[in-house]
Design a protein. Structure first.
Length: 694
């Protein structure tokens, strides 16, 4: 406890111009025996007490003289953060409390006593609560044999209320108890039996020692009937274990048992017969150690621990045997993995047949992969002509066989959503939904409810009956989170929890809901740079970046431009019932442009050319100006030779911020694009007189 906890009420002070008589009047009126003297600024000058007044009376001094003539100036002071025990050691009646040379209060011995009394009362209450919460009966006596502690279990055991027992002689309450002997002998007695009301109890008794002297005794008592029940249960368990061991050893199949961490607990005789491995070689060793030592080439137990489900596999042991092992998990009442039991059968003779089957399955998978690739490449929906695109699709097809989280990265318009679509349609979840959401297109205050849903009445305007979020909608399937870099930090924390725990909690809800979702995230931002700038959580980045997939920009795969252009030409001809074609010169223009907007920009340009051209043959196509050159020219157009470096830099910075605000539309997106914080953009805009819309 600190001094600040002791200061209560008003502190009565005297000023240097007040007299001894006024001090005496203050003491009488406020019932105090001392007061500090402070100057007009509140600084402590000294202290005057009743003893000072007594000395003035004895010396027959004039009581109209200033109190400063009789004040103490060699004072001991303390601070607000000082420990209470340090103030107690000062051994003075009152201690001024000073902060920054100014008096803020007084601490007296009465304050200390009151504080220690509160602490003592609190400790006493806690001690009584602990004693009453004990399972066994607790009874203590003082030197006279009077009961001082009698907890709630003791009430039930001896059939007498605590109020009736406390303060009574021990013999009156427990006539056959021998706790009084401890007062005389001063030793510890354990396992002592005694009877009370035709019931037998077991007691552990100890003396209470203070400064080497016996000041009382305490007994912890338990009824023997309860212990006997435990002993009977232990005997039953021992018998059951003997029977279980006999059953396991009589099994024709080999049985291998480990605990939840993979440590070997037992093997039966059949296991040693089948594998040639003795009990002493594996007992007490973990499956990790045995695999590393080459006793087994693989472990079904470790697979069960990883996947939390039954696993069947083949296993080669160091004796040259090949066995078929099936591991099964066993869970305790709390759902924790408690044991792994593995059944073992000898399949050495079937090994060659298995190898042939495995080879056939490998070829089958190979052919299926090739068929899928052909199906993807021949599909009218996608144009895949370049080497980089084919490598990308090959990777995506292979990722369809696993359930890992995928982070699709690439510039805006390169086709990240197409990658997510292909990944889902060729995954093990293809028969379940693919739910898409753009994290940057939904306001922050609505995004959480869209992701996780809400309960009825959780906020104003909430739909009656509540609403499920997209995580629940996508359960069993895939969830595509586009523009993941736009996710606010507050929601990044909640998304991280969903990925880790595989469960969500609706807004306004109290119960978690399990979700089984394959997560596909996409971004055109540099997430790692955002992590460095503390705008994206590092732990979430690592959770999302399990399998990174990079979609290269169109300018790095220009060989696809003719195929893409003809694909879009066919799509829009069909949509608008046209029969238009491209002149060869148009295709050369398309190949010469760098396409900062990638495939999406190409699609828009083709559609614009088709709907605006008045002729069947499109001989000219208007391409957007290169925005980077335009911005660069505008940045430098206002500079003049008379400017110094600072003026020129400010002019360029102002123009730069204006251009990005116009392009991005908000200070938040502008800050993200320029790699600075939003407050920096707002501050600089105010400095340069730039009008902000948000």
């Amino acid at each position: 406890m600190k001094v600040s906890d002791l200061i209560n009420g008003e502190t009565f002070v005297l000023t240097p111009d007040q007299t001894l008589k006024e001090a005496a009047e203050l003491f009488l009126e406020k019932h105090i025996d001392g007061a500090p003297i402070v100057d007009p600024d509140g600084r402590l000058l000294g202290l005057v007490s009743k003893s000072n007044l007594y000395r003035a009376i004895v010396e027959e001094e004039d009581f109209n003289q200033p109190v400063t003539n009789y004040m103490h100036t060699d004072l001991i002071t303390t601070g607000m953060d000082e420990n209470m025990d340090n103030v107690k050691k000062l051994e003075v009646g009152r201690v001024p409390v000073v902060e920054d040379d100014k008096l803020v209060g007084m601490v007296t011995q009465s304050d200390l006593i009151a504080a220690y009394t509160r602490i003592l009362d609190d400790l006493t209450q806690k001690l009584n609560t602990v004693i009453d919460s004990a399972y066994n009966a607790i009874v203590s006596i003082d030197q006279e044999g009077i009961i001082t502690i009698f907890n709630s279990p003791a009430e039930k055991m001896f059939g007498i209320k605590k109020e009736a027992a406390l303060g009574k002689p021990f013999r009156e309450v427990v006539p056959h108890g021998d706790l009084l002997q401890i007062l005389k002998r001063g030793d510890i007695q354990t396992g002592q039996r005694f009877s009370h009301n035709n019931r037998t109890f077991l007691s552990n008794r100890s003396p209470i020692m203070v400064d080497g002297k016996v000041t009382g005794a305490v007994a912890v008592v338990q009824e023997i009937a309860e212990l006997q029940s435990v002993l009977d249960e232990l005997e039953y368990i021992k018998q059951l274990k003997t029977e279980t061991d006999a059953i396991i050893d009589s099994s024709f199949d080999g049985i291998y048992v480990t605990d939840g961490s993979g440590k070997t607990l037992m093997i039966n005789e059949a296991y040693s017969r089948i594998t040639g491995i003795k009990t002493s070689e594996v007992m007490g060793r973990t499956m990790h150690q045995l695999v590393e030592a080459g006793v087994f080439d693989r472990s079904a137990t470790l697979m069960v621990m990883e996947h939390k489900k039954p696993i069947t596999t083949t296993q080669e042991v160091k004796t040259g045997k090949t066995v078929l092992v099936t591991g099964n998990p066993i869970y305790d009442e709390r759902g924790n993995l408690f044991r792994v039991v593995t059944n073992v059968r000898d399949i050495t003779e079937l090994n060659s047949l298995k190898q042939e089957v495995d080879e056939a399955q490998r070829w089958s998978r190979h052919y299926k992969e090739q068929l899928k690739k052909m199906k993807i490449q021949d599909c009218n929906k996608y144009v895949i002509k370049s080497k980089k695109s084919k490598e990308l699709i090959d990777l995506v097809m292979r990722l369809g066989h696993v359930d890992s989280t995928v982070l699709v990265q690439g510039e805006s318009g390169v086709g990240k959503e197409m990658v997510a679509d292909i990944l889902h349609k060729n995954s093990i979840r293809k028969d379940k939904p693919l739910i898409r959401i753009n994290c940057g297109a939904i306001p922050d205050n609505l995004l959480e409810s869209e992701l996780f849903g809400y309960e009825s009445g959780s906020f104003t305007g909430a739909k009656k009956g509540g609403k499920i979020g997209i995580f629940e909608m996508a359960s069993g399937g895939s969830l595509f989170l586009d523009e993941i870099g736009e996710l606010p930090l507050t929601l990044q924390v909640k998304l991280l929890r969903v990925i880790q725990e595989r469960e969500i909690t609706r807004i306004g809800g109290n119960h978690p809901v399990s979700v089984d979702v394959r997560l596909i995230a996409a971004t055109n931002r540099d997430l790692w740079q955002m992590v460095v700038e503390n705008r994206f959580r590092k732990d979430l980045f690592y959770r999302l970046n399990v399998v990174p997939v990079v979609v290269v920009p169109l300018r790095e795969r220009k060989e696809e431009i003719p195929a893409l252009a003809n694909h879009f030409l066919a799509v829009f001809n069909q949509k608008y019932a046209f029969q238009k074609v491209f002149d060869e010169s148009v295709m050369l223009s398309l190949m010469d442009y760098d396409w900062p907007g990638n495939v999406r920009e190409l699609e828009n340009v083709i559609e614009r050319a088709i709907v605006t051209s008045s002729e069947t043959v499109i001989r000219e196509i208007k391409l957007p100006n290169d925005r980077s050159h335009k911005i660069q020219n505008e940045l430098w157009m206002d500079l003049s030779e008379g400017m110094n470096l600072k003026e020129a830099m400010e002019r360029v910075e102002k123009r730069f911020i204006q251009q990005y605000l116009q392009r991005c539309g908000s200070t938040r997106k502008t800050a993200a694009a320029l790699g600075v914080s939003q407050p920096t953009i707002v501050r600089k805009a105010a400095r340069y007189g730039i009008c902000l819309k948000d």
